[in-house]
Design a protein around this ligand. Structure first.
Ligand code: AMP
Length: 394
């Protein structure tokens, strides 16, 4: 068990919390604040326990001066609204202004430092986990708490760098992510069934490898399904196929033919933004058609596998849900999940957005905040930002 924020006496301590405020922002407006909302529990706990709270986060990539538009200022404003308390935004990532602000803090005060990746302009110091940057940021605090799950699969100065130089722990958000995902991997209540979708098979090979051994069934939808179908020599028309993965899919289907369930019908369009669709059985897709969703028969088939589940893990939308015409499969699958009494975990990124946008957030048990991080944890890969945190008792 990792040390957590609860293992420390925070009173009067300068507590650096690495949060994930990497939210979508357009023209200064935050389009989805759920990552901020999910960070609140840890921030409030630190404030209420008398900490001087120093928040750090990245926002987008920062490659050149144009990316200086990725300021965390709008996040500070939103955070103040949610917390109903002052948040002092410091528009720099180092120097006297930052240091003075930290030195002037009183217990319960909250500072949000500017985007950690602004340091990438000085030669990728943040993203390459530059030793002196990690030490410098650590020098601002007494305790470090990592609560940014979305970047915890990377070694950056703002997670691994600081953690290597301070007493450390994880926050409530990472604790919850680990609880759900590790439980799925190590001790799932059975039947345990997985739904995989999305676009590219190659991105998910590691996850498939791990889950095919642990799950009872793997149901495959999304563009990914057409790569699997092609490997069975089925004509998939103009559907998106990950050609480099066809052989891999063929081998996997040979090895796990009774575990991997593929769609039996397909909703097709002639273009991605098509308003018209045609549904057909899988072997009837025409050459000019792109398979963009699963049909009712597939939903029924998937339901028959899912209905007795005790644990369901879903990663990847089963259709091109950004276009309403092809969002029905994903939407109906949400309805199916709603009707099932099981632990229902949704892998982050697009699947999380789909479930939220379609209004089914309350119908699932847990939506992960990670995209790549969720996939890597599911694969059983090393998670640098979490591995660096001390175990309890140390
Ligand atoms: P991924 O990042 O691999 O999980 O892919 C997610 C993306 O795949 C989303 O933008 C979906 O709309 C898209 N997607 C899902 N199914 C299809 C499909 N049949 N054809 C094209 N794109 C799809």
């Amino acid at each position: 068990m990792k040390k957590t924020i609860k293992d420390y006496d925070l009173k009067n301590k300068k507590v650096i919390i690495r949060v994930d405020f990497n939210v979508p922002i357009k023209d200064g407006i935050i389009l989805d604040d759920s990552r901020i909302v999910k960070s609140i529990k840890t921030i409030k706990y630190a404030k209420e326990n008398g900490a001087k709270v120093i928040l750090m986060s990245h926002l987008g990539r920062v490659k050149d001066e144009n990316d200086l538009k990725n300021t965390l200022k709008p996040v500070a404003i939103r955070l103040e609204e949610i917390l109903k308390t002052n948040v002092l935004f410091i528009d720099t990532t180092r120097g006297e202004k930052l240091e003075q602000a930290v030195n002037n803090m009183k217990p319960g005060d909250i500072i949000l430092m500017e985007n950690t990746r602004f340091e990438d302009l000085n030669g990728k110091l943040e993203s390459s986990n530059d030793d002196s940057l990690g030490k410098y940021w650590a020098s601002l605090g007494d305790i470090f708490i990592n609560d940014a799950f979305g970047t915890s699969h990377r070694a950056h100065a703002s997670n691994v760098g600081i953690a290597s130089n301070l007493p450390n722990g994880i926050g409530f958000l990472i604790e919850e992510e680990l609880k759900y995902i590790e439980n799925v991997l190590n001790n799932p209540k059975r039947p345990f069934n997985v739904i995989l979708g999305g676009a590219k098979v190659s991105d998910k090979i590691g996850v498939i490898e791990t889950l095919v051994k642990k799950a009872d069934y793997i149901l495959i939808g999304g563009a990914m399904a057409y790569t699997f179908l092609k490997s069975r020599d089925i004509n998939v028309g103009a559907s998106i196929v990950d050609n480099d993965s066809v052989e891999y899919c063929k081998d996997l289907l040979n090895k796990y033919s009774d575990k991997i369930i593929l769609p039996i019908d397909s909703v097709n369009g002639e273009t991605l933004d098509s308003k018209k669709s045609r549904t057909c059985f899988i072997n009837e897709i025409k050459n000019n058609e792109i398979g963009l969703d699963i049909g009712y028969n597939t939903i029924k088939l998937f339901k028959s596998y899912l209905s007795d589940s005790k644990t369901i893990l879903w990663n990847g939308p089963v259709g091109y849900f950004e276009n309403e015409t092809f969002a029905k499969g994903t939407c109906l699958l949400c309805e199916v999940l709603k009707s099932i009494d099981a632990i229902k975990i949704v892998g982050g990124g697009d699947t999380g957005s789909a479930v939220k946008n379609l209004g089914y957030e309350d119908s699932v048990t847990f939506i992960s905040t990670g995209g790549g991080a969720t996939l890597e944890l599911l694969e059983g890969k090393k998670m640098d930002g979490i591995d660096v945190i001390n175990e309890q008792g140390n």
